[in-house]
Design a protein around this ligand. Structure first.
Ligand SMILES: [Zn+2]
Ligand SMILES: [Zn+2]
Length: 865
C-alpha cells in the first residue's frame, strides 16, 4: 500500500472496474426492491459546473447507498438537446465562416448540429465519469433520440386530440434578437427607471380630451381604444365617445372595462391589443381590432405610417418629440417599473400578438396540485411546496412553439388547398378534409421543456410498455435546485400524472445553489467561479464531492471555498493513514465483509462499537431525511475525533499481545470497515481502494450496508476522556514534553473507575497512574476533577518550581497592569463618548479576557504552592 494518498492514481482505475463489473446497472441486485432516480439532464452544450457537481454528488450518494442496501438501484443518465443554446453554438460557428443558417437551409443546418453533437456533445458525460458518478450508461438517453422523439409526438397528438393543445393568436414574449417566442418563465424582470408619458387624446365630438399615461409611447401607433374603469366617476361621460388618435388621425372609442386600474396614471389607459397581454384581453371583450405596429425585428411596421422602419427605441423618442411638437404631450415623469428581458441574451422582450401553439394548462394543473396537497409527492424541505402550489395556481397557458430549427418539429401539417390542420404521429399524405395531397409541415419546434416534461417516463420506454417502465415508474426521488421547480418540476408533474396516471416521483429533494464564499452567485464574469474539473485535478474527485455533500443542507445555498475541498482532501489522508496502520496489524480474516461484531469486547472496544451503532443509526435517519450535510458532518466528526484520535490510539498498544488483543483487532477491523461503507456513497474511490487493501477482493460498491448492533456504552469513557484531556492540557501549559514521564494518583470516591484506565493513561498520555488517596494539601499538585473522580499530579519533579513561580509572578504583574490601564480607559467618560463603538467593544473584550487569564494564573500559582 502506498504511503501516501494519491487520488489521481486510483480514481479512474476504480471507475472502469465498477463499470466493467456492471455495478451501475440495477440488474446487479435482481431481487431487490426498485429504486430509481432520473438525472436532471444537463444541456448537451454544457460543461460541468459546481451546480451540476453538487446536484449529481447528492444523487450519486443516494443511489450508491440504496445499491448497498440491496435495492435494484437505477440512476438514469441523459442530456437535453437545449434548443436555443445548441442552435446558437452552431450558428456562431457558421458566423465565423460568414454564413447564417439560412444559407444552409433547414435540413443541412440540422445535420450540422447533429455533427456537432457527435463530435462535442459528450463532453459533459465524460466529465461526469471523472467525478465518479454511478449512472447506468447502458440506459443513457437524449431528448432528441428516436424513442424520446416518438414519445414527444405521441404526447403532442394526444393532447391536441383532447383539446389541451391549440394554436391561436395570443400575446407572447418575443425576443427580437433570438427571433423566437419565449414562455413566461424564460423572461427575467428587472426593475428600471423609465419614463411615464402623459398623452392627450382629444374628443372627436367637441372640446376636451382624455389623458392616458404610458411607458411605451411608441405603441400608441397601434392603439384601437382608450379604456377606463366603468365605475370611475371622472370618466362617466367619456365612455362610449370617440377620441382622435394623434399622429395617426384615427378615431377610436373610449370603453369601460373592469380590468383597468383607476389608480394607475390618470385612470385612463390606451389599448394596444397587438402589444400588451392585458390590452389583448380588453380587446377581446370589446371586439376591438388589433394593429401590429412592431415587427419581429423590433422595428415599426408599415401600419406605423411615417415611423415605418424605425427601431422601437428610436421611434419612442421620435414619437414623443412629435407629440410634444403638436401639443399632445402633457408631461413626462420618471417612473419605476419592471422590464422583461430575454433570459438567454438580455434583450428587452417585446410582447407581441403572434400565432403560436399553446398547452391549455387548466385541466392538467388540477391533479398536479392535488398530488402535492395529498402527499403523493412530497417536497423536502416542505416549505417549497408553497412555492410550487403558488406557481401552479397562477399558471397561464404555456406557449410551446419556438421559431428555431433545432428541436422537435411540431407534428402538424397544413393543407395547401383548404388550410385544414392535421396533427399526427406519422406524416400524413392526404388531407382528411378535401383529399388534397400538398401538405406543408409546421416549421416551429417545441419548447425544450416540452420534451423534458416527459423525462421520467419517456426515458423508461414510454409509450411502449417496457419492463423498465413497469419497474421504475414512479421514480423514487427527484434531486434538483429550487430555481427549476417552475420550469421543470411543475411540468413533469402535469405530464406524468396525465399520461401515467401516477406522479413522476415520490419525493422532490430541493437543494440550494453553489455560491462563492461571500454568498454571491458564481459567474465567469465576476471571476469567482470555481471549476470543479480543475479542483478534481488538484484535490481529487472525492475531496470535491465530500466538500459539496457536507455543505448540502436541504434548500440552503451552499457557499463554497477551495479551503473546504483542501480540508476534505486532508481528511482523505487521515483515513488513508488509519487504514494503512490497520493493514499492518490486521489480517484479511479480521475484516469480514459484513456482521461479525465482537461478542465480548473489552471496555474500549465496547465504547467505540456502541458509538458506531449510535452514529450509524443517526446517520441513516439524517440521510433518509435528505439531510446530507448533517449526516456526513456527524460521520466526519465521529471518524476524526473518536475513531482516529481516540480509539486507534487506545487499540495500538493492545493489538499484538496486550489485553484483549483479538477483541482490539476485530473491533478495529469492523469499525474501519463500517466507516468505509458509510463514507462510500460520498467518497467512492478512496473507500473502494482502502477496502481492497483491508479486506481483499470483493467490491465495496456492492457490499451490504452496515447495521452495527446497538450495545452498552461504558459510562466511564466520558470521565476518562475528560481526565486524559486534562493531563494533555497540563503538559502543554508547562511545556512538558510527551516523553517526560509523570505520576498520577487516581482518587475514586465511588470505586467505579476501571482498571483499564491504568494502562490507557500510560499509552495515551505517558502517565504512570495508580489508585490512591488525596494528598493532605492540593498545593504542589495539578488537581483534575471529573464527576466523582479526581487526579493529582505532583509538579515538583517535572519543572523548576522557583523559576516557574518567578515567571508566573512577572506574568501576573504585567496582566494586572494592563487590566488597570484598560479599566481606567473604560471608566473615562470622554473615551466612551468619543471613541467609535467597535473600539470600545474591543477594549471591553480585552478586559474580560485579561480577567480570565488572571484567574488561571492565580490558580496555577496556588497549585505551585
Ligand atoms: Zn434573446
Ligand atoms: Zn385540404
Amino acid at each position: 500500500m502506498n504511503p501516501t494518498y494519491e487520488p489521481s492514481d486510483l480514481e479512474s482505475r476504480w471507475y472502469s472496474v465498477w463499470e466493467q463489473a456492471g455495478v451501475f446497472r440495477p440488474e446487479i441486485n435482481p431481487d431487490g426492491e426498485p429504486y430509481c432516480i432520473v438525472i436532471p439532464p444537463p444541456n448537451v452544450t454544457g460543461v460541468l459546473h459546481m451546480g451540476h457537481a453538487l446536484d449529481m454528488s447528492i444523487q450519486d450518494a443516494i443511489i450508491r447507498r440504496k445499491r448497498m442496501q440491496g435495492y435494484q438501484a437505477l440512476w438514469l443518465p441523459g442530456t437535453d438537446h437545449a434548443g436555443i443554446a445548441t442552435q446558437n453554438v452552431v450558428e456562431r460557428q457558421l458566423a465565423n465562416e460568414g454564413l447564417t443558417r439560412h444559407d444552409l437551409g433547414r435540413e443541412q443546418f440540422v445535420d450540422q448540429v447533429w455533427a456537432w453533437k457527435a463530435a462535442s456533445g459528450n463532453r459533459i458525460t465524460e466529465q461526469m465519469r471523472m467525478l465518479g458518478f454511478s449512472t447506468d450508461w447502458t440506459r443513457e438517453r437524449f431528448t432528441l433520440d428516436e424513442g424520446l422523439s416518438r414519445a414527444v409526438r405521441r404526447v403532442f397528438v394526444s393532447l391536441y386530440d383532447e383539446g389541451l393543445i391549440y394554436r391561436g393568436n395570443r400575446i407572447i414574449n418575443w425576443c427580437p434578437r433570438c427571433h423566437t417566442a419565449l414562455s413566461d418563465i424564460e423572461v427575467e424582470y428587472e426593475d428600471e427607471v423609465g419614463e411615464l408619458s402623459y398623452l392627450r387624446y382629444p374628443f372627436v365630438d367637441g372640446d376636451g380630451h382624455v389623458t392616458v399615461a404610458t411607458t411605451r409611447p411608441e405603441t400608441m401607433l397601434g392603439d384601437t381604444a382608450v379604456a377606463v374603469h366603468p365605475d370611475d366617476s371622472r370618466f362617466a361621460d367619456a365612455i362610449g365617445r370617440m377620441v382622435r388618435l394623434p399622429l395617426m388621425d384615427r378615431e377610436i372609442p373610449v370603453v369601460g372595462d373592469d380590468a383597468v386600474d383607476p389608480e394607475f396614471g390618470t385612470g385612463a389607459v390606451k389599448v394596444t391589443p397587438a402589444h400588451d397581454p392585458l390590452d389583448f384581453e380588453i380587446a377581446e371583450r370589446h371586439d376591438l381590432p388589433a394593429v401590429k405596429v412592431i415587427d419581429t425585428e423590433a422595428k415599426i411596421t408599415r401600419a406605423g405610417g411615417e415611423f415605418f422602419g424605425q427601431d422601437r427605441f428610436e421611434a419612442r423618442e421620435a414619437i414623443r418629440y412629435e407629440l410634444e411638437r403638436q401639443g399632445f404631450l402633457e408631461k413626462v415623469e420618471d417612473h419605476h417599473h419592471s422590464v422583461g428581458h430575454c433570459s438567454r441574451c438580455g434583450t428587452v422582450v417585446e410582447p407581441m400578438l403572434s400565432l403560436q401553439w399553446f398547452v391549455k394548462v387548466g385541466p392538467l394543473v388540477v391533479p398536479a396540485i392535488e398530488a402535492v396537497r395529498d402527499g403523493s409527492t412530497r417536497f423536502t424541505p416542505q416549505r417549497w411546496e408553497k412555492n410550487y402550489l403558488h406557481w401552479m395556481e397562477n399558471l397561464r397557458d404555456w406557449c410551446i412553439s419556438r421559431q428555431l430549427w433545432w428541436g422537435h418539429q411540431i407534428p402538424a401539417w397544413y393543407c395547401d388547398a383548404c388550410s385544414e390542420t392535421m396533427v399526427a404521429v406519422d406524416e400524413p399524405t392526404i388531407c382528411t378534409a378535401c383529399g388534397g395531397t400538398v401538405l406543408t409541415r409546421e416549421e416551429d419546434v417545441l419548447d425544450t421543456w416540452f420534451s423534458s416534461a416527459l423525462w421520467p417516463f419517456s426515458t423508461l420506454g414510454w409509450p411502449d410498455e417496457t419492463v423498465d417502465l413497469a419497474t421504475f415508474y414512479p421514480t423514487s426521488v427527484l434531486v434538483t435546485a429550487f430555481d427549476i421547480i417552475t420550469f421543470w418540476v411543475s411540468r413533469m408533474m402535469m405530464m406524468g400524472i396525465h399520461f401515467m396516471d401516477d406522479v413522476p416521483f415520490r419525493d422532490v429533494a430541493i437543494h440550494g445553489l453553489v455560491r462563492s464564499e461571500d454568498g454571491r452567485k458564481m459567474s465567469k464574469s465576476l471571476g469567482n467561479a470555481l471549476d470543479p474539473l480543475e479542483l478534481v485535478e488538484r484535490y481529487g474527485a472525492d475531496a470535491v464531492r465530500l466538500a459539496l455533500v457536507q455543505s448540502a443542507a436541504p434548500g440552503h445555498d451552499v457557499p463554497m471555498k477551495e479551503e473546504w475541498i483542501d480540508a476534505a482532501r486532508r481528511f482523505g489522508n487521515k483515513v488513508w493513514n488509519a487504514v494503512r496502520f490497520a493493514t499492518e496489524h490486521l489480517g484479511v480474516k479480521d475484516v469480514p465483509v459484513s456482521g461479525a461484531y465482537p461478542e465480548h469486547p473489552e471496555p474500549e472496544d465496547a465504547w467505540i462499537l456502541g458509538r458506531l451503532a449510535e452514529v450509524g443509526a443517526e446517520f441513516d435517519r439524517l440521510f433518509d431525511d435528505y439531510r446530507f450535510s448533517d449526516a456526513y458532518g456527524l460521520l466526519y466528526n465521529f471518524a476524526w475525533s473518536e475513531v482516529f484520535d481516540w480509539y486507534i490510539e487506545m487499540a495500538k498498544p493492545r493489538m499484538k499481545t496486550g489485553r484483549g488483543a483479538a477483541s482490539a483487532r476485530q473491533t478495529l477491523g469492523v469499525v474501519l470497515r463500517d466507516l468505509l461503507e458509510y463514507f462510500h456513497p460520498a467518497i467512492p474511490h478512496l473507500t473502494e481502494e482502502l477496502w481492497f487493501h483491508l479486506s481483499g477482493d470483493e467490491l465495496l460498491a456492492t457490499a451490504p450496508w452496515p447495521e452495527p448492533p446497538l450495545g452498552d456504552i461504558p459510562t466511564s469513557m466520558a470521565t476518562f476522556q475528560d481526565l486524559v484531556g486534562g493531563i494533555r492540557r497540563f503538559r502543554s501549559e508547562y511545556q512538558i514534553g510527551p516523553r517526560v514521564p509523570l505520576d498520577a494518583t487516581i482518587v475514586d470516591g465511588t470505586g467505579e473507575a476501571p482498571q483499564w484506565w491504568i494502562d490507557q493513561m500510560d499509552a495515551l498520555v505517558g502517565a504512570d497512574a495508580s489508585f490512591g488517596e488525596s494528598p493532605a494539601s492540593p498545593s504542589g499538585y495539578r488537581h483534575l476533577i471529573s464527576g466523582p473522580v479526581e487526579v493529582f499530579i505532583p509538579i515538583a519533579d517535572l519543572i523548576d518550581v522557583p523559576a516557574e513561580q518567578a515567571r508566573l509572578a512577572k506574568t501576573i504583574d504585567e496582566a494586572e497592569e494592563q487590566l488597570t490601564r484598560s479599566q481606567k480607559k473604560l471608566g473615562n467618560e470622554s473615551f466612551r463618548e468619543r471613541a467609535p463603538e467597535d473600539v470600545v467593544r474591543k477594549e471591553e473584550a480585552k478586559v474580560s479576557e485579561l480577567e480570565t487569564t488572571l484567574a488561571k494564573l492565580h490558580a496555577q500559582r496556588a497549585e505551585l504552592g
